[in-house]
Ligand binder design. Structure first.
Ligand code: 5GP
Ligand code: MN
Length: 343
């Protein structure tokens, strides 16, 4: 952070603080929010964590989770009040106000000091303080470094450490993605030093499946996974009926897109889901193909180079057709061998 000493002064005086994060928070979003909240409470701030939506059950072990305010769950007025009264608003793991749905307008209008801590590409310019680095694996990594830079590393207890560890573990794909840097592994080790139980966090997040979720996974892979082999692309499309049939809960589709990407030779993968009010798309890639650009240019979305998401207001079938046509347009990028064939 450029103006670290001013930020430190700001945190010195107890204040009313709101911490918020992107819709359908994942382990990094929720873990960072709860870690920050616990840290700020140790500095005597009064903190409310507001999530724009619900989140997966496998995050409910996180300390402080029971006091998270779900904006959509009848908490519009309470959220408005807290945001209006807040002196500082922290925006974690997103940098575009559209990512927090109805909260976006409230945050934009608020006169509170705004702080963004994020690692997504192309941030909007609305904050007074920004801790932003697209090279960071996770918001949790940035937050850890920030707390240490503020001279408060000693305040990181077991619970804060486990929330941060969960964010880093999941955003690096369990320390497998290229964002698994020396700093990531150093921080992970330090978090274990602060008391984080790494095996337990992994177990709570990854081995917490319902039988319906596993059956849904089996169904998706056998019935809904398609490859566009010539273009090194694969996708899974899920209808509303599919979701209903398997009693799908928030979080049940998380990680599904990675199976499509795990197929040998596949360079880009998508998960296309017919949600209540829109079609939601998740993209993953390996190598140079930027799904951030792809999502931004064609699906009103964004994210990172190799992991991004977007939306579509077309029907599921039309969205699938749009995706297939687009992939064909990028065929030389996705499969340079085709160039020679067609030359
Ligand atoms: P996921 O596919 O896991 O939902 O998201 C992958 C990455 O893309 C995450 O970093 C997420 O924040 C970002 N992302 C997902 N959906 C959207 C979207 O609709 N808009 C933008 N700007 N980013 C998204
Ligand atoms: Mn993240």
């Amino acid at each position: 952070m450029q103006n670290l000493s001013a930020f430190k002064t700001l945190l010195h005086k107890p204040a009313r603080v709101v911490v918020t994060t992107h819709q359908k928070p994942d382990a990094d979003a929720l873990g960072s929010s709860l870690a920050l909240s616990a840290y700020l409470q140790k500095l005597d701030h009064t903190v409310s964590v507001i999530s724009p939506t619900d989140y997966p059950d496998f995050l409910s072990w996180m300390k402080g989770e029971d006091s998270v305010i779900d904006f959509e769950d009848g908490n519009e007025e309470l959220s408005k009040k807290l945001i209006n009264e807040a002196e500082i608003i922290f925006c974690l793991d997103f940098s575009s106000l559209s990512r927090i749905n109805g909260l976006g307008d409230m945050v934009a209008k608020s006169t509170a000091i705004k702080v963004v801590i994020d690692h997504h590409l192309e941030p909007e310019d609305f904050a007074n303080y920004i801790e932003w680095d697209t090279a960071a694996s996770a918001t949790a990594e940035l937050l850890y470094d920030l707390i240490v830079d503020l001279g408060d590393g000693h305040l990181i207890d077991k619970h804060i450490a486990e929330c941060l560890y969960a964010g880093i573990m999941t955003d690096t794909g369990s320390f497998r993605h290229p964002n698994t840097t020396q700093n990531v592994l150093k921080i992970a080790a330090e978090l274990i030093g602060h008391g984080a139980d790494a095996a337990m966090v992994a177990k709570l997040i990854y081995d917490n499946n319902s039988i319906e979720r596993l059956r849904f996974l089996g169904f998706s892979l056998s019935e809904r996974l398609k490859t566009l082999k010539e273009y090194n692309a694969a996708y899974i499309s899920i209808s509303k009926e599919d979701l209903k049939k398997f009693n799908s809960k928030t979080g049940d589709t998380e990680g599904l897109v990675n199976y499509a990407l795990s197929i040998k030779g596949i360079k880009v993968a998508a998960l296309i889901i017919d949600r209540d009010d829109e079609i939601k798309l998740s993209f993953r890639s390996v190598g140079d193909f930027s799904v951030n650009d792809f999502a931004r240019n064609h699906f009103n979305g964004g994210g990172h180079k190799n992991a991004a998401g977007g939306v579509s207001s077309l029907s599921l079938q039309d969205t699938v057709e749009k995706f297939e046509k687009l992939i064909e347009k990028y065929k030389y990028e996705l499969n340079p061998k085709l160039k020679k064939v067609n030359a």
